[in-house]
Design a binder for this molecule. Structure first.
Ligand code: DX5
Ligand code: ZN
Length: 219
């Protein structure tokens, strides 16, 4: 399973998004993470899929869309139109997880589920055979720049063990509060898809260098 860094666009400069993404991609970012919020599932709004679509035109990176919304199924066709490569929705947001995973795949995208920090791994028991990606939240979703919740590390470790024991080569993402100070531990515990927002984009003059520093650990 390949390790990848996926800078979270939520922390980029909204007045110069194209430039920020260019700086990150030039420095070696192979993916971007897009946080879609609806003000219901999470107490905040971010941006819509038209923004994803606009950025798609100038980027060759893997576009990873994280839906923090109620009724996620409504957004899947919009994600496809916008050029998303993968869509993750929250298991807490719908009782029809199996149906939603199939709906994403039928549209020709990779499908994943996201789990809030307090949601147990047991919610994955039945669907593990049909999952290629699980996104573990290491902060309560809705805002960038929060502190990494320490117990998330053990959750990553247990999920990696569980997937291995059942013979699945699962892609495990970690999202929230990730920085150069904890990246080593996160990788060692078994995450391989690393989402980082503020630690990549907070200073424009350091975007490229941050990506390179992350990739020294990740690649
Ligand atoms: C939180 C989002 C995250 C966020 C990460 O609701 O899902 O993707 O952008 O931002 P940082 O890395 O700043 O915690
Ligand atoms: Zn996210």
């Amino acid at each position: 399973m390949k390790n990848r860094l996926s800078p979270s666009v939520l922390a980029a400069d909204f007045g110069a998004l194209r430039e920020d993404l260019y700086l990150a991609e030039e420095a070696g970012a192979e993916s971007f993470h897009f946080d879609i919020m609806d003000g219901h599932f999470v107490p905040n709004l971010s941006y819509g899929l038209s923004l994803v679509s606009a950025l798609r035109k100038n980027s060759k990176a893997f576009f990873d869309v994280h839906l923090m919304v109620d009724n996620p199924d409504f957004y899947f066709p919009l994600c496809k139109e916008a050029g998303a490569d993968r869509v993750s929705f929250h298991v807490e947001a719908t009782p029809h997880i199996d149906r939603s995973l199939h709906a994403i795949r039928e549209l020709g995208m990779e499908a994943g589920v996201a789990l809030n920090p307090a949601t147990p791994l047991s919610s994955l028991d039945e669907i593990l055979p049909i999952l290629s990606y699980v996104l573990l939240m290491s902060v309560n979703p809705g805002f960038g720049g929060q502190k990494f919740i320490p117990y998330s590390l053990d959750k990553v470790k247990r999920l990696r063990k569980l997937a291995e024991a059942r013979g699945f080569d699962l892609e495990i993402g970690i999202d929230g509060g990730v920085g150069l100070q904890n990246i080593r531990d996160i990788l060692d515990n078994g995450a391989n898809f690393i989402i980082a927002g503020s630690s990549v984009f907070s200073k424009k003059e350091e975007v490229g260098e941050s990506v390179r520093q992350f990739n020294r650990f990740i690649r």
